[in-house]
Design a binder for this molecule. Structure first.
Ligand SMILES: *Cc1c(COP(=O)(O)O)cnc(C)c1O
Length: 377
């Protein structure tokens, strides 16, 4: 039996009656864009995150671009971000017209190293865009303190951390604005493309709402540049059903992660670069990924494949090392830890419905593959 990397089918089975009924209701209502499900979802997500305002949008990419547009971040401005993330983080900074300045990551959390942010600030810096990678919030308190000192905005990329706990708050609730993604493989996924923006700032919320509707305050009057950033009503209905057991899913993901970490104790004696994920005691991760580091990744992945356990690399290159980005990169800070991570990270299957038998298959395969990867190299 091949282990799935993410099992969305068993999740659908568990929620089938609610999902089907909610979709059916939308189909019969005739309101496929807008409609009560959009407002209901926004209210539900805002409450769950502990934020005043939420806007459902068409993708995680839009959830980052729209706040930057609304804050007037554009040509001539610099935005400080991590070097190590999914490309949408840097892409949206560039789409807004600004320049990404890449800062290296912390070797243990894979999130931006807050000790290195101040050195990257210039007179052009407008915002800091931390990413809460793999499900764990970045060091938001420290980032906010720096932002306050230099009068900068903070936009948290929570595409991988929806629902994660950060001290006594949630990821997504601590900054000027935050944007998340509901791409199916994210911790909270819909059945297509989707995302959401969060803010406590009412003025910013209303500007972002206009941008989502082609920059219009009222229909066919366009007072600012916008885009079509709306989330389909059917996707909102699906997300409302998924929210019914989301907190349980986060607990289940933590249970799987704990079992993995417990079982992998001692593997650092086989491979000196082996490590399991480090979650700060004040954080609760939502485990978008369970990511190891390993010396000989190619050999490890080959052996895992032989055991029919899929693995994925998030991400094989830092953002400034991606071909298109490399050619126009204006940032020159040391990103050696990000490059090390890009060469050594590997993610294991992770989903809330993973049973004990499947966990054991993954665990046994990892032990064999770590051993193999060291002997063969
Ligand atoms: C997935 C992801 C995005 C983009 O979300 P989409 O919904 O795919 O547009 C942005 N940032 C990070 C860190 C992501 O993982």
């Amino acid at each position: 039996m091949t282990v799935p990397f993410i099992d969305l089918k068993s999740q659908y089975k568990a929620l089938k009656s609610s999902i089907d009924a909610r979709i059916q209701k939308v189909l019969e209502s005739g309101a496929y864009v807008g409609g009560p499900e959009v407002a209901e979802l926004e209210k539900r997500l805002a409450e769950h995150t502990g934020v005043k305002h939420c806007l459902a949008v068409a993708s995680g990419t839009d959830s980052l671009l729209i706040p930057m547009m609304a804050l007037g971040i554009g040509p001539g401005d610099e935005v400080i971000t991590t070097a190590f993330s999914f490309i949408a983080t840097a892409e949206t900074i560039i789409l807004a017209g600004a320049t990404p300045i890449y800062v290296d990551i912390d070797r243990k959390t894979f999130n931006i190293d807050v000790k290195k942010i101040e050195a990257a600030i210039t007179s052009k810096t407008k915002a800091i865009l931390p990413v809460s990678l793999y499900g764990q919030a970045a060091d938001l308190e420290e980032i906010n303190a720096i932002a306050k000192k230099y009068n900068l905005f903070v936009i948290e990329d929570t595409a991988q951390s929806y629902g994660a706990k950060y001290k006594d708050k949630k990821s997504g609730a601590c900054t000027t604005a935050s944007g998340t993604s509901f791409y199916p493989a994210k911790p909270l996924g819909c059945y297509g493309e989707g995302g959401a923006i969060f803010t406590n700032d009412e003025k910013l919320h209303s500007i972002m709402k206009e941008i989502r509707e082609h920059g219009s305050e009222k229909r066919y009057y366009h007072t600012r540049l916008g885009l079509n950033g709306r989330l389909d009503t059917i996707q909102c209905a699906i997300l409302l059903a998924k929210m019914e057991r989301y907190d349980w899913e986060v607990d289940q993901r933590n249970r799987v992660a704990q079992a993995y970490t417990q079982a992998f104790k001692g593997l650092e004696n086989v491979d000196p670069q082996f490590s399991t994920p480090f979650v700060k005691p004040s954080n609760i991760s939502v485990w978008a990924q369970y990511t190891l580091t390993i010396s000989n990744r190619d050999l490890f992945q080959k052996k895992m494949q032989e055991h029919q356990v899929p693995t994925t690399v998030h991400y094989p290159l830092t953002m400034p090392d991606q071909p298109w980005y490399k050619a126009q990169n204006k940032s020159n800070h040391d990103i050696s830890i990000s490059r090390w991570a890009a060469a050594h990270v590997v993610s294991l299957p992770m989903y809330p419905d993973m049973d004990d038998v499947t966990q054991k298959i993954v665990i046994d395969a990892v032990k064999v593959a770590v051993d193999f990867s060291m002997k063969q190299s």
